[in-house]
Design a protein around this ligand. Sequence first.
Ligand code: ADP
Length: 589
Amino acid sequence: MEEGARSCLLRFRHRLEQDIKPSYLMDHMISDGVINVDEEERIRTQPTRKDQAVALLELLLRKDNRAYISFYNALVKETYDDLANLLYDDLPQISANAHKSSSDGWTPHVQMVLSEGGVPQRPVVFVSRPELLNRVRERLYRLQKEPGWVTVFGMAGSGKSVLAAEAVRHQGIIEECFPGGVHWLSIGQLDKPDLLVKIQSLCFRLEQSLDSQSLHRPPNSLDEAKERLRFLMLRRYPRSLLILDDIWDSTVLKVFDIQCRILLTTRNRSLTDSVSGAKYEVEVASGLDENKGLEILALYTKTNPQGLPEEARSIVRECKGSPLVVSLIGALLKEKPNRWRYYLCQLQQKQFKRIRKSSSYDYDALDQAMAASIEVLPDEHQELYKDLTVLEKDIKIPAKVLSILWDLEPEEVEDILEEFVNKSLLFVDSHNKPYLYYLHDLQLDFLVEQNRTQDLHTKVVRQYQQHYRDDPPTSGDEECLYWIRFLTYHMARANLSQELYSLMFSLDWVSIKAQIMGPAHLINDYVEYGPILDKEVMRSQFQEFLSLNGHQLEQRPFPDVVQLALSQPPTSEVYRQALLQAQDRASKG
Ligand code: ADP
């Protein structure tokens, strides 16, 4: 359903729930074919009129534009004129007009499908690469009739993700090939527990949009996750497309080897060798061709490409056509349009010699461009940008986490982040509310090479401790998720073994993290940081507790961890802490 229509229903939801008689309305909606008899039955069996109305609105919110219109018409027919008037202004246009494509082939419907599937928007300045795009779309059309894989491969920063998102921004692709929708998943370099968490949240997302009542337990192993996904894709989302962005490892692909339709981006061409089904590929050249590079510079500086100064061509060449690097320079020139020669000279200096050169990427241009972009930030913002060195690759964070790290008001943080985004020093996922921010891998590599990370990680931990002195975060929102997931990582990198020790051997922490992230993540922490903790016995006690109770800890409502821990051997630290807590509870009555 279009955003306007959905928002209107949400705004007037309570008024509608108060007044409507669902049974009358549903008769009309069935004859329009927008709800079926099973759905009607489910609503009709709710005990009261109000419950039925709540359920009908819940159902309606998951439906498309046609359902909204049918509901509106039903209100008119049943003479709820005042309610119908509330909905009138946001009636979606189903006429030929509304479905007609804009010049490059996308409609409000396509936009909505992409937004629901989490497909990233175009970068602020965008140039089309029609030949490449057609090649990807042509491969996608081959998935119309049968499942299979389309691999988009090329070097880091060559524009693969932007291309993949653009390929599906197309009415024909969405309506003819993937009427079941598209679902974007950023993968990156990750280990098994992280992969499990990703697939858990994908399954959750898919199940939610089908039926918000569903309360499936999240799959608790990769095998189980694969089966759940196979079922969902085959039965509930036939003819949909999964987009897996930035895959490094073929073991990840094996989890998705479930006879569905997949578009993936990767630096490694041969990844799909190990999976079955039809396979197609498109290579993305490392750089934009010269004219496209110039077009980016022209867009940033609001000139036409013919009017660009002579240095422009040399700049694009120095950037080796890398869209990421050209964008960084473009953003600089937008602010200082008379510095063409200066930035060209900066790019030509080769002061940043990396020790480890990646075989597949020439970092020089990127390093110079990053350095130049950072240099024009006010000094205090340069320091703040440096703090981003501590992020893990491919992790997106909300502004609130940085507001704790920087000890600034969230609004101020948002302004600073906007400045970074405008300079292409940072990217934003604005589908998500709150917005999530992330660096490109190559930018993070640059920061890690430039900065001493241990002190920066220490700062993260200290800021966390100061902010959450009395009350650790437990709410499950994006910010809280970040801390629960990464606090141990920051402590380990900061070499704060004492802090890490107290945290990981605390039953309270175990309980919070298990509740919010599931036990797999915790077990992984013990495996990964065990060598730093150097307390074999205690570590095995905690690990054993989690392994034995893994199944219980997956259940919702969440079990009483103290009770579970009391069945551990009395010599175990887990038992000791549980006993203290039980005694404390008893004394408080
Ligand atoms: P990859 O996935 O190959 O690592 P991305 O697709 O993430 O690369 O692109 C890196 C950056 O390059 C983007 O964030 C954007 O700033 C810029 N970029 C990529 N493609 C384009 C394009 N077609 N037009 C403008 N900028 C682009």
